[in-house]
Design a protein around this ligand. Structure first.
Ligand code: TPP
Length: 630
């Protein structure tokens, strides 16, 4: 039974907020927080960060003339209050479900979603682009970037800050500082922000500032110059002032009065503004305040009870990696592990506790993570970079220029390869096989089950060159995992099933459904194990002995593992029938992972159906030349 939220229920558009008195806005925030909690508890999704942005979303939509003024939410995982206020309250039921609301802002979803985000630290660049466009168009529209202290650690955020002053555009950057990334924040910037927050001087200025910013604009200039003067006397300009921003804050991001009055005044200021807002992750829901990491991303739960620990099931690939990492670190002192701010998601919590001196959370800094690993490798250390497929995209040049070109032994443990489900297209690992296999010096392995994943990670660690092991989100077939580790010979595939006329060359997560399809079709099934080097011997052999070769991968067909097979056939001038199955040439949106795979035709019945269809097509064209997709 949902708590009643009469005021919130009456809001169909943020324009309605603009005439509301402060008391009503306070009431609205309360109802919004209640609705948010109950709604996310029913659907699952991001919780802690959204509980922290309730007042900020209300204040922004009250003060700024959205959607004409643009709000760009960094990462966008904290936009549920914004979605609820902008006509999507009812649709929250369908959050992250197929054909339902996205968990992130999307331009096609609403005119209030000014910019699509999900990968972090893009907001300042995008909002700056908008602010400069408004300047050029002589429009008085405003552009606002809302960025967390975690997202602020990425180089790209600073590249944008660095560029802003010269443009002189009316950009407002709001730093939503909750002193947390997903896990505790890392690095010097975090220490610096903590200093800004704890400084008694700033507390004083803040109190003064609240008053100052609440009074008439005429007095504001005087007050600001007084504040500038005070700052100059006591401490040098803040880092953000050195970048040419007018720094304001820190202010309490849960005090709707302070937020509305401050934002109203800031909206009237010209040039780049930087507002430091302090919020609490999980605000208003004690279990989430106490454990914001656990409540960062949640499944369904009962808010009265909180999240209960789940009974152990078969291990996820992430856990298989985390266990291997600890075991390998024990065996080899040279191992260090690096994560770009994804300790929990990458299964590294135990490792971080057992090997704190050989554990590096570098912040949301994938590019740095790769080049940092390259430097370590130059000096004989053996770095393992744990990274999601989708986030590795960001470090592609560092991978090529710093790691691969110098042939440095860096192990990439690539998680969330293939479709990821509820997070949708922004987080899908659809491209890594294509963008990795074209790189010289690189070995690319695709485990088909948990044990093979462990053995491949071990094998990768023994090689003296760049190696990627890419594994999917979630659990695998659930095979027994050998604690003993042995090397899998590079570039050698494994016969899984012997059949006739059809040979299925399966890659990674697709081996299990291919075996099922192979049973039904009496096809030979080969676990290819390596995308690079591809097993040329087996491809040459099956090309000569089977009527139809089928490649199956959880990666885009273009340039992927099937393309490696096609290139091998072309190289040896072999022309068997070839059917390439994999992800299509369009983005696959959010939804249930199994359903998405089914839609892509990559479950066992789908694979079987595609092969059958091809066989029928061939038999109907007996006198025609063979169709060859090479
Ligand atoms: C490029 C990139 N790397 C990693 C992530 C995964 N990620 C999502 S939210 C998040 C933490 C963001 O922290 P912060 O900006 O402080 O926001 P908060 O959740 O604390 O509100 C991370 C690392 C991402 N979205 N994009």
């Amino acid at each position: 039974m949902r708590t009643s939220t009469p005021l919130l229920d009456s809001i169909e558009s943020p324009a309605q907020l603009r005439g509301m008195d402060r008391h009503a806005l306070g009431q609205l925030c309360q109802e919004l927080r209640t609705f948010l909690l109950e709604s996310v508890a029913e659907t699952g999704g991001h919780l802690s960060s959204n509980l922290g942005t309730v007042e900020l979303a209300v204040a922004l939509h009250t003060v700024f003339h959205t959607p004409e003024d643009r709000i760009v939410w960094d990462v966008g995982h904290q936009t549920y209050p914004h979605k609820i206020l902008t006509g999507r309250r009812e649709a929250m039921k369908s959050l992250r479900m197929k054909d339902g609301l996205s968990g992130f802002p999307r331009r096609e979803e609403s005119p209030f979603d000014a910019f699509g985000t999900a990968h972090s630290s893009t907001s300042i660049s995008a909002a700056l682009g908008m602010a400069v466009a408004f300047k050029q168009l002589k429009s008085d529209q405003r552009a606002v970037a809302v960025i967390g202290d975690g997202a602020m650690t990425a180089g790209m955020a600073f590249e944008a800050l660095n560029n802003a002053k010269d443009t002189g555009a009316n950009l407002l950057v709001i730093l939503n500082d909750n002193e947390m990334s997903i896990s505790p924040p890392v690095g010097a910037l975090n220490n610096y922000l903590a200093k800004l927050l704890s400084s008694r001087f700033y507390s004083a200025v803040r109190k003064g500032g609240e008053k100052v910013l609440g009074i008439a604009p005429g007095v504001l200039e005087f007050a600001r110059s007084f504040e500038e003067h005070m700052k100059g006397m006591l401490i040098p300009g803040t880092l953000f002032e050195e970048f040419g921003f007018n720094y304001i804050g820190p202010i309490d991001g849960h005090d709707i009065d302070v937020l509305v009055s401050t934002l109203s005044n800031v909206r009237a200021l010209e040039g780049p503004q930087f507002l430091h807002v302090v919020t609490r992750k999980g605000k208003g829901y004690p279990p989430a305040e106490a454990d914001p990491i656990l409540y960062h991303g949640v499944g369904k739960f009962d808010p009265k009870v909180g999240i209960l620990s789940k009974p152990a099931t078969k291990p996820t690939y992430t856990q298989v990696f985390g266990d291997w990492l600890c075991d390998m670190a024990k065996q080899d002192q040279r191992l260090v592990a690096i994560t770009p701010a994804m300790r929990e998601g990458s299964g590294m919590v135990r490792y971080s506790r057992e090997y704190p001196d050989r554990y590096f959370d570098v912040g949301i800094a994938e590019q740095h993570a790769l080049t940092f690993a390259a430097g370590l490798a130059c000096e004989g250390i053996k770095p393992v970079v744990a990274i999601y497929s989708t986030f590795l995209q960001r470090a592609y040049d560092q991978l090529i220029h710093d790691v691969v070109l110098q042939n440095l032994p860096v192990v990439l443990a690539i998680d969330r390869a293939g479709l990821v489900g509820a997070d949708g297209a922004t987080h899908a690992g659809s491209f890594d096989l294509s963008y990795l296999r074209c790189l010289p010096n690189t070995v690319v392995m695709v485990p088909s089950d948990e044990n093979e994943c462990r053995q491949m990670l071990f094998s990768a660690f023994q090689l003296n060159q760049p190696v990627a092991v890419r594994y999917p989100r979630g659990t695998g077939p659930g095979v027994q995992i050998d604690s003993a580790m042995s090397v899998i010979p590079t570039g050698v595939s494994e016969l899984k099933r012997k059949g006739s006329s059809i040979a299925i060359l399966a890659f990674g997560s697709m081996v299990a459904p291919c075996i099922e399809a192979g049973e039904a079709l009496d096809a030979t099934v080969i676990n290819m194990r390596f995308v690079k080097p591809i097993d040329e011997n087996i491809i040459r052999s099956v090309a000569q002995h089977y009527d139809l070769l089928v490649t199956v991968e959880e990666n885009v067909i273009m340039g992927g593992a099937g393309s490696a097979v096609a290139e091998t056939l072309a190289k040896w001038n072999l022309h068997p029938q070839l059917l390439q199955l994999g992800l299509p040439d369009h983005f696959i949106e959010h939804g249930d992972p199994a359903e998405l795979l089914r839609e892509a035709g990559l479950d066992a019945p789908g694979i079987q159906a595609s092969i059958t269809e091809r066989m029928q097509l061939n038999s109907g064209q007996d006198n025609q030349p063979s169709i060859r997709i090479v």
